[in-house]
Design a protein around this ligand. Structure first.
Ligand SMILES: [Fe+2]
Length: 377
């Protein structure tokens, strides 16, 4: 296993310089002050990293920010948001929710397990905002409202999404692009290929009777970069039609939904589906997402991950698996063999020359006793 991912190519500033602490005295704290000071949980730490990290030439970097949300940065500095979510726990009801239609549930609670890793109001640059389908954890009014106001980015998605953006979210028409399968969009450092997506939940959202057309409801985005070709597949189900995409496109890394499905409502891909998805697409690296965010599809996340890694390793060892952690950065191709992401442990800033341990050794004193006696003194 690779050493925990470090910041050797990027030196972060102290957290409190990026995310200043409240100036309120403890006795002055109100509920509003708590909400303002304590959220998002990561403050603007990750915003700072994304803005200041320089992607080396010939690489591409991507941050997993929970659920199906990703940020991609190219070696030309352009930054893309894919399905960003900044909302909270919520319920969906029969009459509007594909999983409710499948299961017959009057309502389903979606309890959010992940922290908010990014401050959606603190982006310095957004080159493109991509939405795979209309569900709120992908097409989120909070994230859209922030991006609309702090940047001049355009929003890209299938027809059902762009109708929602203009009609419900109030995004100006001129900033919304209805993307269609086969289209190729050009940006600094990236070409984005619009590919089919087979999300059988999305096509029955808002309709109990007829299924909607895939291409109107859900899309996949393949980012062709100098570091490699990265696919974002939203909330797809496994479908044999992916064989055709694998035969047509060169895909290095694929991110995709994985999770636990209670009997009566299939929604997320299983570890076996993940393997078949990777084989159909002929990918080099598979990175699952989504299992982390909702309590009802989390199951036992470590079990799902273990099963995924074992199934792929034993049945198709030519495919690499990478399991990320929320807020972590994946650099391709540099990180393709990390297997499991480790958070930076801070040791890149350790300095033994200044260490109390070294000082104590030089003075032949027990380290801990020496430290305590200095404090008391
Ligand atoms: Fe989702």
């Amino acid at each position: 296993m690779k050493k925990p991912n470090d910041y050797s190519r990027y030196k972060p500033r102290p957290y409190n310089e990026i995310c200043p602490e409240s100036t309120l005295k403890p006795s002055e704290i109100t509920r509003d002050a708590w909400l303002k000071d304590a959220f998002p949980e990561w403050g603007r730490f990750l915003n700072y990293e994304i803005d200041h990290y320089t992607v080396p030439k010939g690489e591409v970097s991507m941050w997993w920010v929970g659920g199906s949300s990703w940020v991609l940065k190219t070696d030309e500095g352009s930054i893309f948001l894919i399905d960003p979510y900044a909302g909270v726990s919520h319920s969906t009801k029969y009459g509007e929710c594909g999983v409710c239609y499948q299961s017959g549930a009057e309502f389903i609670n979606w309890l959010k397990l992940t922290p908010q890793y990014l401050d959606p109001w603190a982006y310095e640059r957004i080159d493109g905002y991509f939405i795979s389908h209309t569900h709120c954890d992908h097409c989120d009014p909070y994230a859209v409202a922030a991006a609309k106001q702090v940047s001049d980015t355009s929003f890209y998605g299938p027809k059902v999404v762009t109708e929602k953006l203009v009609g419900e979210f109030g995004v100006p028409k001129e900033r919304v692009v209805t993307a269609s399968v086969g289209q190729v969009l050009s940006f600094p450092g990236a070409k984005v290929h619009i590919l089919p997506n087979y999300d059988d939940t999305a096509i029955r959202t808002d309709t109990a009777d007829a299924l909607l057309a895939y291409d109107d409801c859900c899309l996949s985005f393949l980012f062709e970069t100098s570091g490699g070709n990265i696919l974002f597949a939203g909330d797809t189900w496994y479908n044999d039609a992916y064989v055709e995409i694998g035969a047509t496109y060169d895909i290095d890394v694929a991110t995709f939904d994985m999770g636990y499905n209670a009997v009566g409502a299939t929604d997320k891909m299983t570890p076996f589906d993940a393997l078949r998805f990777g084989q159909a697409l002929r990918v080099k690296v598979l990175i699952p997402d989504h299992y982390d965010i909702w309590a009802n599809i989390a199951g036992e996340p470590n079990l799902i991950i273990d099963q995924f890694e074992r199934i792929v390793a034993e049945m198709d060892p030519g495919i690499r698996t990478v399991v990320m952690r929320g807020g972590g950065r994946f650099d391709y191709p540099a990180d393709q063999d990390i297997k499991r992401y480790w958070y930076p442990d801070g040791s890149e800033s350790y300095n033994f020359d200044k260490s109390a341990i070294r000082d104590a050794i030089a003075k032949r004193r027990p380290v801990l006793t020496d430290h305590k006696s200095k404090k008391k003194g």
